[in-house]
Design a protein around this ligand. Structure first.
Ligand code: ATP
Length: 588
């Protein structure tokens, strides 16, 4: 349903007027209105100065402005040029200032929103596409804010003011000129609409070819391991060629538009000079008239371009707002947890059923109920795909169950603020994700602001200190692509150190399926046992040997609990799934 409703909002958004969207994006400029207004005034002054230029130049050609002579006119002209240059510099500086600040806010707003979106949003999106889409769309808006909109205003002034001045020279000739111009404008407008359609297509294609690059570079190991380089090369070739094809079509329309404008303007220019000469205008007047006509013609051509680029920004705005309109999770800044939201560690699943939002038809958990008391250690076992990780996701409220309730100390999970809930749990996952920074930073991810002494203590408790110390740079050792390569067991111990720092009330261990060597395994297990002490722990177990001491073992099969009890109880259930699984493992 969630996905369907987001399609509805998409349709509604499309129906909104472009103007409303532009106004919404302009609201980001509001805090910088002073800069923006100052920029506007500079723009106005430089445009008006530009407007006076052809007139004075005409006067100069006619031998000086009536009554003030050649030299004064010339000096005036230079003065006007200086004013125009100074204010156009000022205008650029002011607009860029306002726009950069507004864009930083916009980028922050988008990221703030994006990172708070619920898991199900990310299930149906590709990360590469999302990130390149956002950067491309924001870049487009940057262009609009810093230059396109100012250009638009300048061109409008040039056209409007130019026409008024033309009238003062010769209304007859202006009327003649006007008879040609509007036709050109209309045709250019129609072209502009075509271009807008293709420009959008080109943008989408470029975003999807960037996705190929990002995904394959992120997954470079898999690409190489499967010897799929040539497959990816051809995938990228197809997608860039497609982008090029659309780009070429868009370019064709763009080219046709400029040719049309050139032909129209030069045709009109010839006609105007011809007509002006026939009417008998003097050299200076004719010179001014031609300059204004060229300016007006150029501006109209420019306006068509600006129109398409503004349309592209509307497209970009649409995408960004669509993202901003997705409902986010209720994440709050971390703060001390209110006493009423502090967990004791009792957990109860009551008749939970669940299916993933992206796969409505397949029920993953069916009517599941179980209880865990404070400081108990429970294990969840079962065949692959039984739903073990899903139980953990629901516990952390990554998704909402489709039926039933999850209770913490007999309080409904939905009544505990999300941040408070998650900050009292820690997960040691199967695949430990390390960020690109140092080992120290990666451990501190468990609790921002931890001191070095605390980090070292956590590393010691996690049996990680010994190997970290052996690196020449210790905690400052860079993890990541070009940094040290950490082994599976080392990564896990870093994840354990993170969890130690977090001091969670509830600990979730997703046991690694990949076998560690006996020594690493002993170190990891030791660290885990230490970590589990005095907390409610839930272990997703793959190796049954590690959970013999569990207070309770829950055996899952195809989304339902099939057995529950201690190891001793369960191995005595004849024909039971646990007995079966353990016999298989221990006889290996
Ligand atoms: P394993 O031991 O292999 O990790 P598991 O018991 O943890 O398996 P889950 O990952 O909870 O199993 O998956 C349970 C079911 O839910 C599977 O059928 C799986 O295909 C499905 N599933 C898991 N994640 C998603 C998802 N993000 N979207 C849709 N279906 C999913």
């Amino acid at each position: 349903m969630k996905i369907l409703s987001s399609h509805h909002t998409m349709a509604n958004n499309k129906n909104n007027t472009s103007m409303r969207k532009m106004l919404r994006i302009a609201s980001y400029l509001k805090p910088h209105w002073l800069l923006f207004t100052a920029g506007m005034i500079s723009l106005l002054i430089s445009s008006l100065a530009g407007l006076a230029f052809p007139k004075l130049l005409g006067d100069l050609v006619s031998g000086g402005k009536s009554g003030i002579g050649i030299h004064t006119t010339g000096t005036l002209l230079i003065g006007i040029l200086i004013i125009q240059a100074a204010f156009s510099f000022l205008r650029t500086i002011l607009f860029v200032n306002a726009a950069e600040k507004a864009l930083a806010t916009l980028r922050q707003t988008i990221y703030n929103h994006l990172i708070r979106l619920p898991m199900h949003f990310f299930l149906t999106r590709r990360v590469g596409e999302l990130s390149s889409r956002i950067s491309a769309d924001v870049a487009l808006l940057q262009e609009t804010f810093t230059s396109t909109s100012a250009e638009f205003i300048r061109q409008v002034i040039t056209v409007g003011g130019g026409l008024i001045l033309l009238m003062t020279i010769s209304s007859k000739l202006t009327g003649f000129m006007l008879a040609i111009l509007p036709i050109m404008v209309i045709i250019a407008g129609v072209f502009g609409r075509f271009i807008r359609r293709f420009a959008r297509e080109v943008q989408d294609q470029i975003a999807s070819s960037n996705t190929v690059v990002e995904e394959t570079l992120q997954g470079i190991f898999s690409v190489k391991a499967f010897a799929n380089e040539y497959f990816e090369i051809s995938r990228y070739r197809e997608s860039t060629n497609r982008a090029a094809r659309y780009g070429i079509i868009a370019g064709r329309y763009k080219g046709a538009l400029s040719s049309f404008v050139i032909l129209g303007i030069f045709g009109a220019l010839v006609a105007v000079i011809w007509r002006g000469a026939a009417i008998g205008l003097d050299n200076g007047q004719l010179f001014s008239f031609v300059l204004y006509s060229i300016n007006i013609g150029g501006s109209i051509g420019g306006l068509a371009e600006i129109y398409t680029s503004l349309q592209k920004s509307v497209g970009a705005t649409e995408n960004l707002f669509q993202l901003l309109d997705e409902p986010a999770e209720d994440i709050t800044p971390p703060e001390t947890i209110a006493p009423e939201h502090q967990l004791n560690g009792n957990i109860s699943f009551s008749q939970i059923s669940f299916h993933y939002p992206s796969r409505e038809e397949s029920t993953v958990l069916k009517d599941m109920s179980f209880q865990v008391s404070t400081n108990q250690k429970i294990a969840i076992v079962g065949p692959s795909g039984a739903g073990k990780s899903t139980v953990v996701s629901l516990l952390m409220r990554m998704y909402n169950p489709s039926g039933g309730h999850i209770l913490f100390d007999s309080k409904d999970s939905n009544h505990i603020p999300l941040t408070a809930l998650r900050s009292q749990m820690a997960v040691v996952p199967q695949d430990v994700f390390l960020f690109g920074g140092t080992i120290g930073e990666n451990i501190a991810y468990g609790r921002q602001g931890a001191t070095e002494a605390e980090i070292i203590e956590a590393a010691q408790k996690a049996n990680a200190w010994e190997f970290i110390q052996r690196f020449p740079l210790g905690l400052q050792t860079i993890v990541g692509d070009r940094g040290v390569q950490l082994s599976g067991g080392q990564r896990q111990r870093i994840a354990i150190a993170r969890a130690v720092l977090k001091e969670p009330r509830i600990l979730i261990l997703d046991e690694a399926t990949s076998a560690l060597d006996a020594e690493s395994e002993k170190l990891v297990q030791e660290a885990l046992d230490r970590l589990m002490e005095g907390r409610t722990s839930i272990v997703i177990a793959h190796r049954l040997a590690t959970i013999r001491q569990a207070d309770k073992i829950i055996v899952l099969d195809r989304g339902a609990i099939v057995e529950e009890g201690t190891h001793t109880e369960l191995v005595n259930v004849n024909g039971g799934l646990y007995k079966n699984l353990s016999e298989m493992q221990f006889t290996q």
